[in-house]
Write a new protein. Structure first.
Length: 302
């Protein structure tokens, strides 16, 4: 089976490699020519532009877009769609907001094009381990392209599936990432508690290794935590600055819209915001109020 792949960042490039290993013909394009050439050396077919990419595919065509959410995805899909014909399909494997995916699917359908939103999880390990794929879109298009999803997934019978109509793939991936925020925050808080109990001198990497086998909290995140703690037991090479890529915010906003309580996910997002503030104003105001009503001592800024 053949596929066009646009966007050869680390994940997109790794996905193209996995497809090539699975015997698929992959036509690739990226503004960075070195990224294209790296994959050409592995067997991919080069293209000079998005239009050239679609011209090298036999109908019914399928083009996988793997670029940042927002305007980059919007403009790329518009460019690709201009070179496609009825019956062709576009797959968005990035972290787009699901409401944008619903809108894009409706607009492309007017031109006879199929749109699949493929929420993709696996990070930098997906090349070896396979990707978890949550796909939204029409059943017929999904079944036609299923061999591609089977190759990218951890196995042909697991780790992927059509979860509903257009937009549902990115919706499920959004919730997936919100859950991920909460799980990461819980591990961070628990390990900080153990680290603070200096009298016990707990070896955190050892605890992570113990929990990885048989424990009810065993997970891939725990595997990664152990690896990080083995490499740098005190995590002294890192700053306590945690970014967010948007999905946690969207999940919290969705919880408000649906009136569904999601305190753990919401608080884990807030904890990330706090991690980026060296001297948060709210904390200083708390100190000021305690001093005002009780004469409590404060620490003065230098």
């Amino acid at each position: 089976m053949e596929l066009g792949m646009i966007g050869l960042g680390r994940m997109g490039g790794n996905m193209a490699q996995r497809l090539l290993r699975g015997g698929h013909r992959v036509v690739v394009w990226d503004p960075r020519r070195e990224a294209v050439q790296d994959l050409v050396r592995l067997g991919a077919v080069s293209s000079a532009s998005a239009a050239d990419l679609t011209a090298q595919l036999a109908p019914p065509r399928a083009v996988w877009v793997m670029v940042p959410a927002g305007e980059p995805t919007e403009s790329t899909i518009a460019t690709v769609a201009a070179g496609l014909r009825p019956g062709d399909a576009i797959i968005d494997g990035g972290n787009s907001f699901y409401k944008d995916s619903v809108r894009r699917a409706a607009a492309l359908k007017e031109g006879g094009l199929f749109f699949l939103d493929a929420g993709t999880s696996g990070g930098i390990w997906g090349l070896q381990e396979g990707y978890s794929l949550m796909v939204g879109g029409e059943e017929d298009a999904f079944r036609r392209l299923e061999p591609l999803f089977q190759t990218l997934a951890p196995g042909p019978d697991r780790g992927y599936g059509r979860v509903g109509p257009a937009g549902s793939g990115h919706f499920v991936k959004m919730i997936h990432n919100g859950i991920e925020y909460g799980m990461m925050q819980a591990f961070a808080e628990g390990f900080e508690l153990m680290q603070a109990k200096a009298a016990f001198g707990v070896d955190l990497a050892q605890v992570a290794a113990i929990w990885r086998h048989g424990s009810v909290v065993r997970s891939w995140l725990l595997d990664l935590a152990e690896a990080a703690l083995r490499d740098d037991p005190g995590l002294e090479r890192l700053q306590a600055y945690v970014d967010d890529s948007g999905e946690g915010r969207w999940t919290a906003q969705e919880a408000i819209e649906l009136a569904v309580p999601a305190p753990v996910i919401t608080l884990s997002l807030q904890a990330r915001f706090r991690s980026r503030q060296e001297q948060p104003f709210g904390g200083r105001l708390l100190a000021a109020m305690r001093q005002q009503f009780g004469g409590h001592p404060v620490r003065r800024a230098e």
